[in-house]
Design a protein around this ligand. Structure first.
Ligand SMILES: [Zn+2]
Length: 280
């Protein structure tokens, strides 16, 4: 299969696409844009695998997102929809059964989110639960020799420390990607020094701060993603996002790095193929 780009992180498995998921995936594949569908809890992880099974150029990742550890509801500024979660504990047995599927290329997304906190639970307890679920999923990725997809928001010091300790202990031989990166240049550089990748969403298309960071990072360590249905890039801000829009993020990356679109598309696609071990 000849893919021109890969959206390395999307959620077409979410209910936002319940009426037109196949059309959305088809639009993307018709443009030569493959995708990794990412699970955020047990139902959406199972669904990611089921959808990936149906298509060439589509793969899955499975995991439990920190916002799904405690029941909560929030609506981020500028988003087309709110997020509602229920409480789920990480069940290694459930995820272990899914992890052996040939279309499961990574474990995640999981990690630390100190930005969205459930209102009714002690903050220290929330952090503790998130750290615990993170370590369990690092162990799963190590057991199955898969890379990880890390979600880290307002928590880069703790997140980096967990990853550093894991790597030091001989875990995560295939490392991981820090997805939807919104930290500082120093944060990005220490993840890269640890062998991790950095991935940019549509935020790159409108955040000058992030563009400055992207300019400084080596293109070999960068991947692109939509995080659809959220975080639509310019010119689709505030509307439902979809995998085919990853081209706008690649274009911004080309502009800020002074490279051609083709160079960025080829390099980030090669990065994704290598990172996830895609058989294309
Ligand atoms: Zn996501």
């Amino acid at each position: 299969m000849n893919l021109k780009l890969i959206d390395t992180h999307c959620h077409v498995n979410f209910s936002a696409y319940k009426d037109d998921m196949d059309a959305v995936i088809g639009r993307s594949l018709d443009e030569g844009i493959g995708m990794i569908i990412v699970g955020t809890q047990s139902d959406t992880s199972r669904r990611a695998v089921e959808v990936a099974e149906k298509y060439d150029g589509v793969w899955a990742s499975i995991g439990l997102h920190p916002s799904h550890l405690h029941k909560q509801e929030f609506h981020d500024v500028g988003e087309f929809d709110s997020v509602k979660t229920r409480t789920e504990f990480f069940d290694p047995e459930f995820y272990r059964q899914l992890a052996s599927h040939p279309k499961v290329m990574a474990i995640g997304e999981f990690g630390l989110d100190y930005y969205h906190l459930p209102p009714d639970i002690d903050e220290a307890q929330v952090h503790k639960d998130q750290i615990n679920a993170t370590n369990l999923q690092i162990d799963l990725a190590t057991e199955f020799n898969k890379p990880i997809i890390v979600h880290s928001r307002d928590a880069h010091d703790d997140q980096f420390e967990i990853l550093r300790l894991a790597v030091e202990a001989g875990k995560l031989p295939r490392r991981g990607v820090v997805h939807c990166f919104t930290g500082t240049l120093k944060d990005a550089q220490r993840y890269i020094d640890l062998g991790f990748m950095i991935s940019f969403t549509g935020i790159l298309t409108f955040s000058k701060e992030l563009q400055v960071i992207a300019r400084e990072l080596p293109i070999e360590s960068i991947m692109v993603e939509t995080d659809a249905p959220y975080l639509s890039p310019v010119p689709h801000r505030g509307k439902r996002n979809e995998p085919s829009y990853v081209k706008f993020i690649a274009q911004t990356l080309a502009d800020v790095k002074g490279l051609s679109y083709k160079q960025v598309a080829e390099q980030t696609t090669a990065n994704a193929i290598k990172f996830f071990g895609l058989d294309i």
